[in-house]
Design a protein around this ligand. Sequence first.
Ligand code: ATP
Ligand code: MG
Length: 238
Amino acid sequence: MTEQLLDIRGLAVSRGPGEVLRDVNLAVRAGELAVLLGANGAGKSTLLDAVSGLVATRAGEVRFDGEEVSGLSRTRRARLGIRHVEQGRAIFGDLTVAENLAVVAPRQSHAEALEQFPELRKRMDVRAAMLSGGEQQMLVLARALLSPASKRATGTRLLLLDELSLGLAPIVVARLLPIVRSLTDRGITVLLVEQFAHLVLPIADTVHVLDRGTIVFSGTQAELEADPRILHKAYLAA
Ligand SMILES: Nc1ncnc2c1ncn2[C@@H]1O[C@H](COP(=O)(O)OP(=O)(O)OP(=O)(O)O)[C@@H](O)[C@H]1O
Ligand SMILES: [Mg+2]
C-alpha cells in the first residue's frame, strides 16, 4: 500500500449559514504533487483552511501522516510540518526581502530556503514592495519553506499552495511552476490549488476537481482529459 501523507475522509465544513464542503474524500501520497481544481467559490481555499486549521470542520477526518489533526490548533499542525500559503501574496512591503524572511525564522536558516530562488538571493536588501509580482511570490514560497520552530528549513512536509498564479502573467507562472515541482524532490508533498487547469496540469501527479463543495474527480491528468465533461461541468454548470 502506498503511504498517504494526507488523508481526508467525509469532510464537511460550514461557513456562516452555508455548508461549503460536504463529504470530501481526498488523499495525497507522500512526495507527490497534487492539484485541486475548481471554479470560483467551489470551496478550494476552504479545503486548505480545513487542513491547516484556519477553519473548524463539522464532520469527517483530516489525517496527516496517520494522525487525526482536525482537533489540533493551527500552531500544532504547523509544528507537524503543515505549511499554508494563503490566497493572495502576504508580504511586508516596507521590509526588505531579508527582513521578510527574518520575521519567520532566524537568518542562519535562510540560505537553505533560498536555494531554489537565485533571483531573491541577489535582492536581499531590496524592499519587498519593489519586487515584481513573480519575485514576491518567490518570497512567499521561500518563507513557506522556513521552519519557525527550528534553525533549519527542512521542517515543511506538506505545502498547501493557494492560487500561486493569482495576478501573475502566464510567463511568470511558467517560471514558478518548475520550482514548485522541484520541491517534491526535496521530500516536500505539495497540494496546489488552482483555478486555471491548463497552467498546472502538466506538473501534476494527481488531479482532484471540486464542484460546489464536493470532489467530483480524482485521478491522473490523462484520465481527466479523457473525459472533458468533468471540467466543463465543474466550471460551467449553473
Ligand atoms: N469567511 C467566510 N465566511 C462565510 N463564507 C465564506 C467565508 N469564506 C468563504 N466563504 C464561502 O464559502 C464558499 C467557498 O469559498 P472558497 O473561498 O473556499 O472558494 P474557492 O474555491 O477558494 O474560490 P476562489 O476560486 O474564488 O478562491 C463561497 O461560497 C464563499 O462565499
Ligand atoms: Mg480560493
